[in-house]
Design a protein around this ligand. Structure first.
Ligand code: BTN
Length: 269
C-alpha cells in the first residue's frame, strides 16, 4: 500500500511506546485509513499487537459507513492488529469494548472522566471524544486477524464541523483547557489496551465495561437499520458484550445498533 514516510514526531512516538510489547510499529505521516493499512499488514502476516499510527487520514472510516476526519497534527488515528492463538479469534464480540475501555482509561490518566456510549463511542461531558471501528482480515473463509481502529479528537481543531455531526463532539484540549501531548496519550491508550486484552475473557472485563457505560438505568432507544427501534431502560451488558434493555418487563439483548437517550428520560434511575 502506498504511503508517504514519516514526518510527525516519529522519534517521540517510538520513545513513548518503548517498552510496550508491540508486534511491530508503523508511524505514518499520512494515509487513507490506518485500518486499511493494518488490514493489509495483517493479511501479509503482521504480528499480534502490531500498530499503525498516522498523523493524518485522508479517507478515515467510521462505523456504519460514515467518514472519520483526522486532520494533520490534531488527532490520534491508530489501528492495532489482534491475532488469536487459534482460529477463530476468541471473544471477538468484546473487541469493541476493548478499544473503548482503552480510550476511557487513557482519558482518566489524562484527568478526564469518560463514559462509553454502547458499543464503542467515548463521551466526555456528554460529547463524543473518540470512536472505535473493529474490522476483520480474512483469508478465504478463515478469520485471520482483527483490527481495532481508534480515533481520538485531541486538539480542538480535530473535531468535525458542528453542522456535519450527528452527535455533539469534543476534544481532549477542549475539556482539559490545554493541549495534551499525543505521544503520551498514545502510550496510555496502548498500554491500557494491552492490559485489558489479557483480561478479555474474564467477568472482570464485562463488569468494567458495564461500569463505564453511559446512560445506565436511563430510558434509551436503540435504532437498527430496517427494524423498529427498541425502547426501554438500559440495564447493562450480556457476557458477549450485547446490550441489555428492559422493555415492557422483558430483558432484551441486542448486539447492534445506535443508542439515543430518550427525550422523555428525566434522569432519575
Ligand atoms: C466511529 O465512531 O464511527 C468510529 C471511528 C473510528 C475512526 C478510527 S481512526 C483510526 C482508524 N482508521 C479508520 O479509518 N477508522 C478508525
Amino acid at each position: 500500500m502506498e504511503h508517504r514516510a514519516v514526518d510527525f514526531d516519529e522519534f517521540a512516538i517510538r520513545a513513548a511506546l518503548g517498552g510496550l510489547p508491540l508486534g511491530g510499529l508503523r508511524v505514518l505521516s499520512t494515509i487513507g485509513s490506518t485500518n486499511d493499512e493494518a488490514l493489509a499488514w495483517a493479511a501479509e502476516g503482521g504480528a499480534d499487537l502490531s500498530v499503525v499510527i498516522a498523523d493524518e487520514q485522508t479517507a478515515g472510516r467510521g462505523r456504519l459507513g460514515r467518514t472519520w476526519r483526522t486532520p494533520r497534527g490534531t488527532a490520534i488515528a491508530v489501528s492495532v492488529i489482534l491475532r488469536g492463538p487459534s482460529d477463530p479469534l476468541p471473544h471477538y464480540s468484546r473487541l469493541a469494548g476493548l478499544g473503548a475501555m482503552a480510550v476511557a482509561d487513557a482519558c482518566r490518566s489524562m484527568g478526564l472522566q469518560a463514559s462509553i456510549k454502547w458499543p464503542n463511542d467515548i463521551l466526555v461531558e456528554g460529547r463524543k471524544l473518540a470512536g472505535v471501528l473493529v474490522e476483520s482480515a480474512w483469508t478465504g473463509a478463515a478469520l485471520e486477524a482483527a483490527v481495532i481502529g481508534i480515533g481520538i479528537n485531541v486538539l480542538e481543531a480535530s473535531g468535525p464541523p458542528p453542522e456535519s455531526v450527528r452527535y455533539p463532539a469534543t476534544s481532549m484540549e477542549t475539556s482539559l483547557g490545554r493541549p495534551p501531548i499525543r505521544a503520551e496519550v498514545l502510550r496510555e491508550l496502548l498500554s491500557a489496551l494491552i492490559t485489558w486484552r489479557t483480561k478479555l475473557d474474564s467477568d472482570e472485563f464485562i463488569a468494567a465495561w458495564e461500569k463505564r457505560l453511559a446512560w445506565r438505568g436511563r430510558q434509551v432507544a436503540l435504532l437498527r437499520d430496517g427494524q423498529p427501534p427498541v425502547r426501554g431502560k438500559l440495564s447493562g451488558l450480556a457476557p458477549d458484550g450485547s446490550l441489555k434493555i428492559l422493555h415492557e418487563g422483558r430483558l432484551l439483548e441486542v448486539s447492534m445498533g445506535e443508542l439515543q437517550l430518550l427525550a422523555t428520560d428525566d434522569g432519575s434511575h
